[in-house]
Ligand binder design. Sequence first.
Ligand SMILES: [Zn+2]
Length: 209
Amino acid sequence: MIRPAGFRGAAFGDAADGNGRDDLDMRSLISEELGIPHTWAFVNQVHGGVVLTVDQPGPAGSADGLITERPGLPLTIATADCMPIIVEGDRSVAILHAGWRGVASGVINAGLEAMRALGDTPRRAAIGPSIGPCCYEVGEEVAAAIGDQTSRTTSGTPSVDLWSAAAAQLSGIDVWRSDVCTFTEPGLWSYRRDATEERQVSVAWLPQD
Ligand SMILES: [Zn+2]
């Protein structure tokens, strides 16, 4: 798994790590590797802008983000082109699922606001592997929804840069970017490349120590 430097509890999985959200055997392996409990909190992802505050593991409902103040409660999302984003505060952590719809519907700001609503301050955010501007060819509808973060694919067609769009929405806090494209990197699942049901998982947690 990719562990962004300087983060207390943040990990981005690849295809070989398996889907620890849905596959309990792979979850056990990931949990042991990361030294975290095997009981995780997760959501039914719907490409919206809702972030739920949780203090217990299991399904939390339909949403695209989770935040907790509880040490030792891993939060997870599963992706295959959308951005996994982890935000750490001083005593809370959030995980977000953001594709273009999520970026446009404000899921990132919802995560920051949820942290502030807990009386905490967002300090740093990590944007994990997801489809890059090199490959994310889009139509006018998507380009318009993302605003001014338009780009070009490696073949010269119009694309949007979700990484820069997310970083812009995370302005004022430290942002780590993997800058790894799921479409380009063979070790990662890409829905657009493979039309796959497979997903890689990302995990965020507050250490118990
Ligand atoms: Zn790419």
